[in-house]
Design a protein around this ligand. Structure first.
Ligand code: URA
Length: 179
């Protein structure tokens, strides 16, 4: 697969465990270029089965939040920092995240988005290690000619329904930036 070739820019030893047992590579999807790119953490079980990002429970909530804000998924490039599902739902390690950075940088360059939405703590801290989602969600961070907007991860919002109004407002902030 062509996308996998990009990973060779990273450390292949770091992704060896993730690839064990034929665990599938889940590429980003969407138009290139496009105005909005969304970056999650890593595929879950449903995403690995379907080889598509954000198609499980959190993906459905993400779709709903996008739709309510008037953002079309088919006009958005959606990807994850790490492109394989970490076993047992563990967080990706720092080494794994590092190994996937060359691919993520290549995706950003190819998509050339105006706005990048960082979904959850892992995606946020991959780019801005010092920031915390609870403090900066919905804030617009200008960095390297793009606008970066962190949001709560939908899997967290599913457990914290009281955050739905904030998640809604953050998505509307993104929509405003696309105008
Ligand atoms: N969580 C993520 O971070 N990414 C997905 O693709 C699915 C769930």
């Amino acid at each position: 697969m062509i996308m996998e070739a990009f990973i060779l820019g990273g450390d292949p030893d770091e992704i060896a465990e993730l690839r064990e047992g034929g665990n599938p590579f889940v590429p980003g999807e969407g138009p290139m270029p496009c105005q909005l790119m969304m970056i999650g953490e890593a595929p879950g079980e449903d995403e690995a089965r379907m080889r598509r990002p954000f198609v499980g429970r959190s993906g459905r909530l993400l779709d709903e939040l996008m739709k309510d804000a008037g953002i079309l998924r088919r006009q958005t490039y959606i990807t994850n920092v790490v492109k394989y599902r970490p076993s047992g739902n563990r967080n990706p390690t720092d080494g794994e995240i590092e190994a996937f950075k060359p691919l993520l940088r290549a995706e950003i360059k190819a998509v050339d988005p105006k706005v990048i939405c960082l979904i959850g703590a892992i995606a946020l801290q991959t780019v801005f290690p010092e920031l915390r989602v609870s403090r900066v969600h919905g804030k617009v961070i200008p960095y390297r000619k793009r606008k970066w907007v962190p949001i709560y991860h939908p899997s967290y919002v599913l457990r914290r329904r009281d955050l739905i109004p904030a998640a809604d407002a953050d998505m509307r902030t993104i929509k405003e930036l696309l105008k």
